[in-house]
Write a protein that binds this ligand. Sequence first.
Ligand code: SAM
Length: 274
Amino acid sequence: MSLVTSCSTATGAYADFACFYDRYVAHDHYATWVFELLDAAARHGFAGGSALDVGCGTGLSTAPLTERCAAVAACEPVEQMARLAERRLPGVRVHRAPVTELGALGAFDLVLMINDVVNYVPGSELDAAFAQLAANLAPSGVLVFDANTLATYRGIFARTDIRVAGDVLFVWRGRCRPSFGPGERAEATLDAFVGAGPPIRSRHVQFHHPPGRIEAALRRAGLRVTESYADRSAPKHIYIATPEPQKGVRRDQGQEGTEGPADPVHHQGRLIAR
Ligand SMILES: C[S@@+](CC[C@H](N)C(=O)[O-])C[C@H]1O[C@@H](n2cnc3c(N)ncnc32)[C@H](O)[C@@H]1O
């Protein structure tokens, strides 16, 4: 069996699927979604400065950032996706790298990593991923990302879903058991049928990261969860994390103006499904 890395999972899922991606997700309301996340980041001090979109795909999650942030950069490991992002957003620099190998791209006020990205990162690479994200955050920066819940793996990853977009028929086949357990590996295939030819298949290998494991990995990277909540549209956890404050250094907290990060809160009382 070949070694599974976050790079191999990204390539297997998106290299051949890149040209279909926008049609497949056409129903998603990116601007509303990203603006809600920017509002959440604002509660922890983000005031519209620089932003980095990690795992930007074709740039759909990056585009709303360009409307509200002073400067925007992006990062995507799959060349076919990155090229489409560049075409969508000619003014945005799209770096080629997985989250585990970002290098020093900058000290961003906001790092966004949404819509499945961390799910493709094996548990063994979680520490490297968060260390790289932390290294690219300004001392007062805010990291916002989401991670699939067990409900996602027991639901969409355990059933077949058919979708038609124009002349393409998409068939998603989840390969998980409805009893999928915490920390397990999930698999699915997505076939795109165009005309009479054979389908173009992408393979999705994902990893459930239980909240406790995510929080511990963030801590090891010098980050702490300042807010987490369950997204209302899909069973995902949203995490907002900030760098641990240096001793004696104040961190502004957006509208709240308190000293130091707040204890983790569950936004609007929504429960997190573990
Ligand atoms: C569902 S797409 C989301 C793309 C974009 N953020 C959006 O919302 O449309 C997941 C993206 O994660 C990227 N990805 C997967 N593994 C990654 C990794 N290890 N580092 C960075 N990006 C990764 C994939 O290449 C893909 O573009």
